[in-house]
Design a protein around this ligand. Structure first.
Ligand SMILES: [Zn+2]
Length: 115
């Protein structure tokens, strides 16, 4: 008698738990900014790649993903040129010296333009 009650409650809690797991499937929320000033969020599965743009839920315009709108700091980093990196390793005086050395070598190697 007591055993039967136990078994029943165990089955009940098991099915409750599996229902709960499907509700708590991992999700992420993406925030979008509409050019007309609307702001809204969309739920996506956690493994889904977030679309960079989504139709505004209010007016239908193309809203941009808020997290995706940050390419500018990266662009600033890319403007660091080879010249900039060179100057971090060598001073201009060093470079003048290297240049003079190379020019002297080139002049030595250059065949004389006689006849
Ligand atoms: Zn809008």
């Amino acid at each position: 008698m007591g055993e039967r009650v136990l078994r029943g409650s165990r089955l009940g809690s098991m099915s409750y738990e599996s229902d709960r797991n499907t509700e708590l499937a991992p999700r992420q929320t993406a925030a979008y900014d509409c050019p007309r000033g609307h702001h809204f969020t969309m739920p996506f599965a956690a493994e889904a790649e977030l679309p960079a743009a989504w139709e505004c839920r209010v007016c239908g315009a193309t809203a941009q993903l808020v997290d995706g709108g940050l390419p500018e700091p990266k662009r600033v980093k890319i403007t660091r040129t080879h010249w900039d990196m060179l100057l971090e390793r060598r001073t201009l005086d060093d470079l003048e010296g290297v240049l003079a050395e190379r020019l002297a070598l080139l002049r030595q190697q250059r065949p004389k333009m006689t006849a």
